[in-house]
Design a protein around this ligand. Sequence first.
Ligand SMILES: Cc1cc2nc3c(=O)[nH]c(=O)nc-3n(C[C@H](O)[C@H](O)[C@H](O)COP(=O)(O)OP(=O)(O)OC[C@H]3O[C@@H](n4cnc5c(N)ncnc54)[C@H](O)[C@@H]3O)c2cc1C
Length: 460
Amino acid sequence: MADVAGNNFDIVILGGGSGGYACALRAVQLGKSVALIEKGKLGGTCLHTGCIPTKALLHSAEVADLSREGDKYGIKSTFDGVDMPAVNAYKDGVIDRLYKGLQGLIKSGGITVVEGEGKLVDPKTVEVNGERYTGTNVVLATGSVSRTLGLDIGGRVITSSEALTMSEVPDKVVIIGGSVIGVEFASVWKSFGADVTIIEGLPTLIPLEDPSLSKQLERAFRKRKINFKTGVKFSSVEQTETGVTVSLEDGTTIDTDLVLVAVGRGPNSAGMGYEEAGITVDRGWVPTNERLATNVDGVFAVGDLVPGLQLAHRGFAHGIFVAEEIAGLNPQPVIDSGIPRVTYCDPEIASVGLTEPQAREKYGDDKVEIQDYNLGGNGKSQILGTAGSVKLVREKDGPIVGVHMIGARYGEQVGEASLMVNWEAYPEDVAQFIHAHPTQNEALGEAALALAGKPLHSHA
Ligand SMILES: Cc1cc2nc3c(=O)[nH]c(=O)nc-3n(C[C@H](O)[C@H](O)[C@H](O)COP(=O)(O)OP(=O)(O)OC[C@H]3O[C@@H](n4cnc5c(N)ncnc54)[C@H](O)[C@@H]3O)c2cc1C
């Protein structure tokens, strides 16, 4: 063990979010001494201003919709409004319980937590509040921050962080950005009763997903009366005494109460001494090789700071990988294309692996087979009243290389989809496994049956 008393550790980790704390937990399991430096709260973006609070709001939104739709299921219920302080109390309660649990895990693991803002002063040393912490290895895990495209954040122009602490539901809101964070907030606010308009510069909503999912989400949002304009960028955003005016490049203007800027997240590395310590930094990102090593020996980077998918479970996987790498266990690299992705709007979107266009580009048009199973044939989806589909993309006569799902609660089905793609399962293999009836999970089995040439509740 390293000389902890002298602030020397096996591993010094800068940033206690998903990537940093996962690395710390795995490293102490492997007998390493760890200092975990955090300027805010352990758990980082995901726990405090990302995954968890947004999903709590989406659950409140689902309850609001259910209360409106009681009649459909023969239940007398009415929607009488949203009590935002109570919504926030519920959301904060969830965060608090998880935060306490995480603090307990970190404490019982024997990890040294250093509170304060850290700066790398050389490749082995981080300085916090004038004190130096030295590691045989250093892990950079400082995450990401909201991009703002030059817009001044303040007043009626906000990012996702402010959107999580609102005391009222806005009457009208414009969301700039129709990707994951944008469509999730659009879904919440619409369910809460706001008039919502999304502006997306690319030709579709959720432009990084399979085009069939974008099309179905747009259809569902139209049905929900969520307004959106795609293929157009904003040109300016101006706050007045009473509202905000958003001008678009096509010459239209929209007057609104609130603007959410949801145009993605950039690296959080400014002023942290990375470049000065000789670490290559590319427009703020810290590039690594497949083994998450930077160009400087003994310095690794994990999570959102490393270019690629910005997801908490990628951060967890990175953190575990680096701890095992340092311990000499030679772990399998974390490959972005095998990471499952979920967008938790209503309807939910879940996917893993190659989209249909990506598969066609990789294997050639005639070397790809598709099965798009419509949830109209799935008993549980019908019970829940959801439309959608499960689409499998297969290399012709080969394994399933992509799964793309849309429908209420489909995020929960991404586990099996991920096993299919990452274990390179053949539809014929999956078709052998029995999927319980009636579950939404069954739709994955049905899609595999159909792709294996023996459809049950779908046409050949
Ligand atoms: C609104 C929103 C919703 C999201 N929803 C999801 C979701 O549903 N699912 C999902 O997988 N992902 C989601 N994400 C993304 C997810 O939150 C991130 O991918 C994840 O938090 C990245 O982990 P990280 O450890 O790289 O960075 P972070 O979680 O950002 O952690 C970095 C930590 O470093 C600390 N830090 C930074 N600089 C210093 C310094 N100099 N000294 C000390 N400490 C420092 C920060 O305080 C922070 O705690 C969401 C993000 C947002 C914003």
